[in-house]
Structure formats: C-alpha cells, structure tokens
Design a protein around this ligand. Structure first.
Ligand code: SF4
Ligand code: SF4
Length: 81
C-alpha cells in the first residue's frame, strides 16, 4: 500500500531526501506522495523512511492503493531497473 500525506503536514521538507524512490514532491498546501513510486520503502529499507523522520506524524497508508509486499517489491524493481 502506498502512503499518503494528510493535512497536518507542516512542509518541513524532512521526508523528501530520505525517500529511496523520489516519490515525494513539494506541493501546496501539503507535500504529496506519488502512489506509483511509493513502495512503503520495500526493496530499500525495513520501514518507511518518511514516517520515521516526519515530525508531524502526518504520513499514513493510502487505502486507494492496496498492494501486497510482493507487488511493492515488483514496483521497486520496475522503478530501479
Ligand atoms: S514510504 Fe518510502 S518509498 Fe514511500 S514515500 Fe515514504 S520514503 Fe518514499
Ligand atoms: S516530513 Fe512530514 S511534515 Fe515534513 S514535509 Fe514531509 S510529510 Fe510534511
């Protein structure tokens, strides 16, 4: 399941650089995660790095993109060749 950013985002910028898939973009009023690129960090890290660094706890699962761990791994490999 891709993650998404809710309205509590303070645009602090902490999450952008830690994303292994470059899935997070600066946007207004809150930053945005591209569900086509977010793998919950599967393939790169043991846990979602953006959630780890976010001081606002505003990064949550995106129920519109239910995916298994295997599908997330396939997405990761398709992104990174
Ligand atoms: S969970 Fe990982 S891949 Fe998804 S947006 Fe956060 S840092 Fe990027
Ligand atoms: S780390 Fe959290 S509060 Fe900061 S920009 Fe990212 S989503 Fe927003």
């Amino acid at each position: 399941m891709a993650l998404t950013i809710n309205d509590d985002c303070t645009s602090c910028d902490a999450c952008v650089e830690v994303c292994p898939n470059k899935a997070i973009s600066v946007a207004s009023p809150v930053y945005v995660i591209d569900p086509a690129k977010c793998t919950e960090c599967v393939g790169a890290h043991d846990e979602p790095q953006c959630m780890t660094v976010c001081p606002a706890d505003c990064i949550v699962p995106n129920p519109d993109f239910p995916e298994t761990k295997e599908q997330l791994m396939e997405k990761y490999h398709s992104l990174h060749g």
